[in-house]
Ligand binder design. Structure first.
Ligand SMILES: [Zn+2]
Length: 209
């Protein structure tokens, strides 16, 4: 005899806990003949297919406006999840939400090359993993020697430069980017707030102008 699983409990493990979301997910699984409308349980063998059907049909999303926006352009039906950790856009993380949002804002503005001046190695790593594949990123260590020539190359290459003053950033490094002609200065944004979400939010505010 094959094992079976309580359907509602299985859905809840995927963040599908709200009554509306649960009934939509259930009726989708019923239409696909994966679950029987009269039963509270389904066989273990069908779990994989159930997962695939839900993933194809729905975009699991939290209530954050940026995530709702991402869901509405996904081509899939938005399905509200709770807790937010199940959100496909942000995974419950403000940093990830800001990353998704930033990528979208850059895409709209045709921004492909971004230079970030400052930030710790850990933050650099997180930003690279979030933005990679969408945006080409160059990170400048704010504590190391940075030549005028390197800065000039970055200034030419970049569509957008974020000078992150809230982090350890030597004046000698930052002034390569802040002490520039106004035409170049237009793509340079000074950010004085801490945290990845704040950095990217400041950049998006600038892009919206
Ligand atoms: Zn979200």
């Amino acid at each position: 005899m094959s094992a079976d699983r309580d359907i509602d409990a299985w859905l809840a493990q995927r963040g599908i806990t709200l009554p509306d979301s649960r009934s939509r997910a259930r009726s989708t699984l019923e239409e696909a003949k994966i679950v029987n409308p009269k039963k509270a349980r389904m066989s273990e063998q069908k779990l994989e297919r159930a997962e695939a059907v839900l993933a194809e049909r729905f975009f699991r999303v939290c209530s954050a406006p940026a995530c709702q926006q991402a869901a509405s352009t996904s081509g899939r039906e938005p399905l509200m999840v709770d807790p937010r950790s199940h959100c496909e856009s942000c995974g419950g993380s403000n940093n990830r939400r800001a990353g998704t949002d930033f990528v979208e804002a850059c895409r709209r503005k045709g921004i492909r090359h971004v230079v970030i001046v400052g930030g710790s190695p850990a933050v650099r790593e997180e930003l690279e993993s979030q933005l990679n594949g969408h945006i080409e990123l160059r990170m400048v260590d704010g504590t190391e020697r940075h030549t005028a020539e390197k800065a000039r190359h970055n200034l030419e290459w970049a569509d957008l430069i974020l000078v992150w003053g809230a982090t350890e950033l030597h004046h000698k490094v930052s002034e390569h980017y802040t002490n520039v002609a106004p035409a170049v200065g237009r793509k340079v944004i000074l950010v004085t707030r801490r945290g990845i979400a704040a950095l990217l939010d400041a950049a998006m505010t600038h892009l919206k102008r």
